[in-house]
Design a protein around this ligand. Structure first.
Ligand code: PHE
Length: 338
């Protein structure tokens, strides 16, 4: 019986010598050591051997098993490293070939401009507030001193959800909401989406605005001028001229529209500025005392300014874009330019 084991050992050695590939060695492993392999079978029959021979036979069997395992593992390693060497010699990897191009998206031009504007005001100590886009008539109109028959309240301009609820037509709706929750001093900007029933080359029904306001004791129109000039110079460059033109908004008194010197002709007159040399960019003014009354502030104690701008408008002037509809269209040929 022990002879049997020795002849197994011998034939494994011979077969391993004859093996010509990794696969041959792996086949030998299955043949001798596998689940139905020669040695495994021998182990299974250990029980049928006379008791007194069992220990000797058993330990020889184990010894041979270890021997075969070591032998085949060694052979396997030899084949593995020679196959690796072969493939290293025959296959060449050109590490200078550029990798695959993975297309990456980037921020929308409106987001880029909005982020730039927000960061300018944050650097001046303003904090960011947000309000709802579906807004009560009270915050959008009533608290801002819009009389009941004001044309802005007309169905032509405003999307009504119900008699009392509108899609906000401007971010000025955030003014009284913020005042109700806080006491001055306030330095706030409120960016967001606004809605007006209007559509042509310079109007789309949903667009973005940024509101800004500052309320404290002794805030003056010169503070408004200083803040807006600084802002305009940062966005459009130091050489941009700024002018305040008298205007009207129910919630500011006095009110102004702010123009900048034309970004195209620098003020000499062209078809973008319709020959005037100026482009309108913002609405602003000193907050009307009636707004403070609605917010529960003492109008004799506090003064402040407010301004509002269209983000699409700023982006159009900054990048010389002549059609506002390009922004929501999502044409990659347009978006890829930013
Ligand atoms: N809300 C005004 C608009 O949408 C802009 C504005 C804001 C004007 C704040 C004055 C003060 O046209």
């Amino acid at each position: 019986m022990l002879n049997d084991l020795h002849s197994i050992k011998k034939s494994v050695r011979e077969e391993a010598e004859r093996a010509g590939s990794l696969q041959d060695i792996q086949n030998l492993k299955v043949k001798y050591l596998g689940k139905k392999g020669v040695l495994t079978n021998k182990l299974k029959f250990l029980g049928s051997i006379p008791k007194e021979q069992r220990p000797e036979y058993g330990s020889s069997l184990n010894e041979i098993k270890k021997y075969i395992e070591a032998l085949l593992n060694k052979q396997e390693d030899i084949f593995k490293s020679s196959e690796l060497n072969k493939s290293l010699q025959t296959q060449q990897i050109d590490i200078t070939i550029p990798g695959y191009y993975i297309p990456l998206g980037h921020l929308h031009p409106i987001t880029l401009v909005l982020n730039e504007i927000v960061s300018i005001f944050i650097s001046l100590g303003f904090t960011v507030e947000e309000g709802p886009e579906v807004e009560l008539d009270f915050y959008n109109f009533e608290a801002l001193n819009f009389p009941k028959d004001h044309p802005a309240r007309d169905m032509q301009d405003t999307f009504f959800i119900s008699d009392n609820v509108v899609l906000r037509t401007h971010t000025s709706s955030v003014q009284v909401r913020t005042m109700e929750k806080n006491t001055p001093p306030l330095r706030v900007i409120a960016p967001g989406k606004v809605y007006r029933c209007d559509a042509d080359v310079s109007h789309i029904p949903m667009f973005h605005q940024l509101e800004g306001f500052m309320v404290d004791k002794h805030i003056r129109m010169s503070d408004l001028k200083g803040v807006l000039e600084l802002f305009i110079h940062r966005v459009f460059g130091r050489n941009t001229s700024v002018r305040f033109r008298p205007s009207f908004f129910p919630f500011t008194e006095p009110s102004a529209e702010i123009d900048i010197s034309c970004v195209i002709c620098k003020g000499s007159g062209c078809n973008v500025c319709k020959g005037t040399g100026w482009l309108e960019i913002l609405g602003a003014g000193m907050i009307n005392p009636r707004v403070y009354e609605k917010a529960g502030y003492d109008p004799d104690l506090y003064t402040g300014f407010a301004f509002g701008m269209g983000i699409e408008r700023v982006a159009m002037l900054k990048f010389s874009i002549d059609d506002i509809r390009l922004f929501p269209e999502n044409d990659k040929r347009f978006l890829e330019q930013f």
